[in-house]
Design a protein around this ligand. Structure first.
Ligand SMILES: *Cc1c(COP(=O)(O)O)cnc(C)c1O
Length: 339
């Protein structure tokens, strides 16, 4: 089976497993796991910030970020397609007691003007505008990415208005692969940054929250209250260190593969439209007479796994475990299909 369901389905490589097995570990709840500490220092330095915190998931790093950056009765501003709104079980309300203000951006991307229009003047019957969240790359936006120049006006607006700014950088390394930008310039624009190791980088588990020392100290308490304090987590942190050292440069392969598949899809009569393919995500709509679940099962009969993505669309994601040969096979199948 060729699994295009998500870039989270990757299995650790033999090299990664070997590196994990030799990790030096300790009890990270006491801050005594040397490998976790090494990963946190490495990622903090990579983004030009003081500190980072290793967490079990990107949902947890985002939820902690919302909590440290807001008070109850505040409001978070983000795109309607954001992961924090669509895919975190409404955690912003449950964990932080905050409201949400949704912007209808383009392919998951929002502008400073849109944020400006969403700001509330602060009457006592309104939630208090407090935190803006940017997602880069945008998952539901089809893997679209921002450049620094696009985000800077939003960061400046936040500074002017006293708003906090969080980056959901689950796939930030995919974005940086395309722009060639330096993670430090990104790290410095935000109050907090979340990065995932378990997406395109291919680690089995793990995300990090990055920020200043004070914020990360509070984040550590919040991780504990959410049940995210792990003990000998160094085995997992080792996988993340390995992923950062060995799997960043190859992300461009995934992007090339996604473009190859998109080039075929664009010529197919069963495809109604396809979102711009900028990184490793491909989202396309099917013609009205072809149902998504039917298309998915036809793909499955041909050895390809994918998921329906809402509104009669399909998502494919390319990743570490999808080789060039597999991409050729996918293209052949897509060319052959008459669903
Ligand atoms: C995957 C993802 C997350 C975090 O997901 P977890 O599965 O909880 O690690 C956050 N934001 C975006 C945009 C994602 O794609």
């Amino acid at each position: 089976m060729i699994n295009l369901v998500s870039d989270t389905v990757t299995r650790p490589t033999p090299g990664m497993l070997a590196y994990m097995m030799q990790a030096e570990v300790g009890d990270d709840v006491f801050g005594e796991d040397p490998t976790v500490n090494r990963l946190q220092d490495k990622v903090a330095e990579m983004f030009g910030r003081e500190a980072a915190l290793f967490c079990p998931s990107g949902t947890m790093t985002n939820q902690i970020a919302i909590k440290v950056n807001t008070n109850p009765l505040d409001e978070v501003i983000c795109d309607v397609d954001s992961h924090i709104y669509q895919s975190e079980t409404g955690g912003y309300a449950f964990n932080s007691g905050v409201a949400i203000s949704l912007i209808h951006g383009v392919n998951g991307k929002i502008t400073a003007d849109q944020v400006d229009s969403a700001l509330k003047p602060g009457h006592d019957w309104q939630p208090i505008s407090r935190l803006v969240v940017i997602e880069n790359t945008s998952n539901k936006g089809g893997g679209s990415y921002y450049t620094i120049e696009e985000v800077r006006p939003i960061a400046e607006l936040c500074k002017r208005q006293g708003l906090r700014l969080h980056l959901d950088g689950a796939r930030i390394f995919n974005a940086l692969t395309e722009t060639g930008e330096d993670p430090v310039s990104w790290g410095r624009m935000f109050d907090t940054v979340s990065v995932c190791m378990s997406k395109g980088l291919g680690a089995p588990v793990g995300s990090l929250l990055i920020g200043d020392r004070e914020t990360i100290r509070m984040a550590r308490r919040l991780r504990k209250v959410l049940g995210g304090g792990m003990r000998q987590a160094g085995y997992l942190a080792a996988a993340c260190i390995y992923a950062l050292d060995h799997h960043r440069d190859r992300l461009k392969e995934d992007h090339k593969h996604a473009k190859q598949i998109a080039d075929v899809l664009r010529t197919k009569p069963y495809v109604k439209y396809i979102k711009p393919v900028d990184t490793n995500v491909i989202i396309f709509g099917l013609q009205d007479d072809i149902r998504d679940h039917h298309f998915i099962s036809t793909l499955k009969d041909n050895g390809i796994l994918a998921i329906p993505f809402g509104g009669n669309t399909i998502r494919f994601v390319t990743h570490l475990d999808v080789s060039g040969d597999m991409v050729s096979q996918v293209c052949d199948t897509l060319n052959r299909l008459s669903p």
